[in-house]
Design a protein. Structure first.
Length: 343
C-alpha cells in the first residue's frame, strides 16, 4: 500500500496534469478557430504592387496544430516528473509533524508515561492534535499510576492475613484432619505466591525494581531449578528435558532470572500437558532460554499472572520476552544480551 506522501504527490501531479490538459485543449480549440475563421491571415506576395491576403489552408492549419500537440507532449513529460518531485517534497514537509508525533509516541511506555509530545513549529491543526494527545497521555498516566498503586497496596495488605492464617493452621494442625490441614496449607501457599507475584508485577511496572547485575551461567542456573520441576513433572507422569547448546553466559540479576524461569516452568506445569522442553542457546549477540510444551487449551498465549510478571521483569532487566501459541504447541522465550566475558 502506498504511503500517504506518495498519494499526496500523485494527487498533486494528477491535478496539475488535468489542468494542463484542459488548457491545452482550450488552446487547441481556440487556435483552430482563429486560424480557420477569424483574424489569422497571411499576406502573399504576387510579384506586383498589390499584395494578396488569404487565410491558412486546412493542411497548413493541421500542421500548425499538430506541431502544437507535439511540443505540448514533449514538454509535458519533464513537467510531470518535476511535479511529482515537488509534490513529494511538499507532502514530506507537510507530513513532518506526523512523523515527529509517531516517533515521540513510540518512545513512550509504561516507564515514562510522564513524557509528553511536542511539535515544534507545527500548524494550528497539528497543535490541536498535540494538545489532545497530551491530554490523553495525562489521563492514561493517572489511570496507570492508580492501578499499579492499588495492585501493590492490595497485594501488600493481603500478605499479613495470609501469613497469620498459615500460622494458625500450623498451630492447630493436631486438631485438624491431616488431609484438610495439608489442603489448607497448599491453598494458602498458592495464594501467598500469587500475592507475591502481584506485588512484584506492580513494583516492576512502576519502575521501582532494584536490579543488581552479576555474571551468570544460564545452564547452571536452569539446571539447579530443573531438579525440583523434574520431580513435579514425574509425579504427574510427565517429562522435563533440558538441552544446552553452548556456555550461555549472561549478565543479569539472579533473583529475577530465577523468578522468570519459575514463572515459565510453573506455567508449563499448570497449564500445559505432555513433555516440557527447555532449550538454552545463543544466536548472534543474544542468549536465549526457550520453554516449550503442548498446550492444554485452557490458557491462551501470553495470559496468566506468571507470564505478565515475566514480561514486566524482562523489561526491567533489559531483556526480551515472547510467548506464542502455534497450533497445539505453546512456546515462551527469554533473550538476554550475551555477556562479554565468561560467567
Amino acid at each position: 500500500m502506498k504511503s500517504l506522501r506518495w498519494k499526496l504527490a500523485i494527487w498533486y501531479t494528477a491535478s496539475l496534469v488535468i489542468i494542463l490538459c484542459v488548457l491545452m485543449a482550450a488552446t487547441y480549440s481556440h487556435l483552430k478557430h482563429e486560424l480557420k475563421y477569424e483574424r489569422w491571415e497571411r499576406t502573399k506576395d504576387a510579384g506586383s504592387d498589390a499584395p494578396l491576403h488569404g487565410s491558412y489552408s486546412d493542411p497548413e492549419i493541421q500542421d500548425i496544430l499538430g506541431e502544437l500537440w507535439r511540443l505540448s507532449l514533449i514538454y509535458s513529460v519533464p513537467i510531470a516528473v518535476i511535479s511529482i518531485g515537488i509534490g513529494y517534497s511538499l507532502a514530506s514537509k507537510s507530513m513532518k509533524p506526523v512523523d515527529d508525533l509517531i516517533r515521540q509516541l513510540s518512545e513512550i511506555g509504561a516507564k515514562n508515561l510522564t513524557k509528553r509530545v511536542r511539535l515544534e513549529g507545527a500548524d494550528r491543526e497539528f497543535q490541536t492534535i498535540e494538545t489532545n494527545v497530551n491530554s490523553l497521555l495525562a489521563r492514561i498516566e493517572t489511570s496507570f499510576r492508580h492501578l499499579t498503586e492499588f495492585s501493590g497496596q492490595v497485594a501488600h495488605e493481603l500478605r499479613t492475613p495470609l501469613t497469620l492464617m498459615r500460622l494458625q493452621v500450623e498451630e492447630n494442625a493436631a486438631r485438624i484432619d491431616p488431609v484438610v490441614a495439608e489442603s489448607l496449607q497448599d491453598e494458602l501457599r498458592r495464594l501467598s505466591e500469587y500475592v507475591d507475584q502481584c506485588l512484584l508485577l506492580a513494583t516492576a511496572e512502576q519502575g521501582r525494581l532494584s536490579v543488581q547485575l552479576e555474571d551468570l551461567s544460564l545452564p547452571e542456573l536452569v539446571s539447579d531449578m530443573a531438579e525440583t520441576y523434574e520431580l513435579w513433572a514425574k509425579s504427574e507422569g510427565r517429562l522435563l528435558t533440558v538441552a544446552s547448546e553452548s556456555a550461555c553466559a549472561i549478565r543479569s540479576d539472579p533473583r529475577y532470572v530465577r523468578q522468570m524461569l519459575h514463572s515459565l516452568l510453573s506455567n508449563a506445569m499448570r497449564h500445559g500437558t505432555g513433555r516440557i522442553e527447555v532449550r538454552l542457546g545463543s544466536s548472534g549477540d543474544r542468549v536465549f532460554c526457550r520453554v516449550e510444551n503442548q498446550a492444554s487449551g485452557k490458557k491462551s498465549a501470553g495470559s496468566g499472572i506468571g507470564l505478565q510478571v515475566t514480561t514486566a521483569v524482562a523489561s526491567a532487566l533489559g531483556c526480551e520476552f515472547d510467548a506464542a501459541l502455534a497450533g497445539d504447541r505453546f512456546a515462551a522465550e527469554i533473550r538476554w544480551p550475551a555477556a562479554k566475558g565468561p560467567a
